[in-house]
Design a protein around this ligand. Structure first.
Ligand code: PMP
Length: 374
């Protein structure tokens, strides 16, 4: 055998002995991948999407825009038009900037990477959005989750104590919280911002369905940043989130952002949709009205405990949650089973508010499943 081929064979056999188990960090090996269940043909009420399509005239306008888009070119790395539109629709206070992410998930990752000094800690509450902890694990940061009170409100003394003890570089507070749906007490959050030695990120993913926001307070606290996503407002498929705050912080974070993280098509389509922000807000209003009706219908079912919501989903507690979740699936309705995820969420389910028809089908399927299991 020629020496060159022999050498090549030797090298490839040496390479094949490198297994993922040997190379990948143990905390990554121990992780379970974020599971997105198949939903084809189902009534999809598991992911807090807006159930409404856009009006036909607007869809036609978008089709024309997309047809003319220069997808042979890289996107505008600074996304100037889109950022200007975002500043306008959010009434951003003077002196504040925005940073765009490929969904707000990417912004959480970027924030974590920026403060990832040896020993640095991310702190949040539990139960809350699982990505805060997952991203801390991805990049090898410490994570501390402070339990919420029994009614899912903030346990302020426990938070202040944990902040003093852990000195977190980053605190994430989802406002409203996912998966509980409630809005934390704004004064408690202000105390946390004042006590925190690092950044506090108020995650307003569900802002369109809530009655309050921290954007007007941005100028008041130098360690406050507000993060939002357009995913829940009808643009989940575009993948677009943003972080608002002072240029002092955002200029540093911009250095970590990959230059073309928001593509040509998301930039174009989101800018067009923000021109029609009123259409999206009207859809959010319908969702809020449906939320009230759904909450009433669920509360009327015996054996179902509901929690108040300022988001586009409702948390409920039932007996035999996993069996009910499976029963709903068999009846063509996909929601989120939270049972087994966190002790405080034992027997909990989370349902996204859908169209009136979807909600009616869900309530009937729930009633039917409960009757069958009784
Ligand atoms: N924050 C919260 C509280 C969320 O619930 C979600 C999505 N479930 C996100 C951020 C991420 O949203 P996206 O990546 O779609 O912008």
């Amino acid at each position: 055998m020629p020496a060159l081929i022999q050498c090549h064979l030797f090298m490839s056999s040496a390479r094949s002995s490198v297994t993922p188990e040997k190379l990948i960090r143990p905390e990554i090996l121990a992780l379970h991948a974020y599971h997105v269940p198949p939903a084809s043909g189902m009534i999809k009420l598991d992911a807090m999407e807006n159930p409404y399509l856009l009006p036909q005239a607007l869809r036609d306008e978008i089709a024309r825009l997309v047809a003319d888009a220069q997808i042979n070119r890289y996107p505008d790395a600074g996304a100037h038009q889109l950022k200007a539109d975002i500043r306008k629709v959010t009434n951003l206070p003077a002196g504040m900037e925005v940073l765009l992410g490929n969904g707000s998930d990417e912004i959480i990752q970027l924030l974590a990477m920026a403060v990832d000094k040896p020993g640095a800690t991310i702190l949040s509450v539990e139960p809350s959005f699982v990505m805060y902890k997952m991203i801390a694990t991805f990049i090898g940061m410490n994570y501390v989750g402070v339990p919420l009170a029994q009614d899912f409100s903030l346990d302020l003394p426990a938070m202040l104590e944990a902040i003093k003890r852990e000195q977190p570089a980053l605190v994430f507070l989802a406002y409203p919280n996912n998966p509980t749906g409630n809005l934390f007490d704004a004064d408690a959050i202000k105390q946390i911002i004042q006590a925190a030695p690092g950044l506090v990120v108020v995650d307003e993913a569900y802002y369109a369905f809530a009655r309050d926001s921290f954007i007007p307070h941005l100028a008041q606290y130098e360690n406050l940043l507000v993060m939002r996503t357009f995913s829940k407002l009808g643009m989940a498929g575009l993948r677009l989130g943003f972080l608002a705050g002072s240029t002092a912080w955002l200029a540093q974070l911009e250095k970590l952002r990959l230059p073309y993280n928001v593509g040509v098509l998301p930039q174009l389509v989101a800018a067009k949709l923000l021109e029609h922000h009123d259409v999206l807000l009207a859809q959010a209003d319908s969702i809020k009205q449906e939320r009230t009706k759904l909450l009433a219908a669920l509360s009327a079912i015996s054996g179902v405990q509901t929690y108040p919501s300022e988001a586009n989903f409702i948390l409920l507690r039932v007996a035999k949650a996993t069996q009910i979740f499976e029963g709903l699936k068999q009846r063509g309705v996909l929601i989120k089973n939270l049972n087994g995820g966190h002790p405080a969420l034992a027997d909990c389910l989370r349902v996204t508010v859908g169209t009136p028809e979807e909600n009616q089908t869900f309530v009937a399927a729930l009633q039917d499943t409960i009757n069958q299991l009784a």
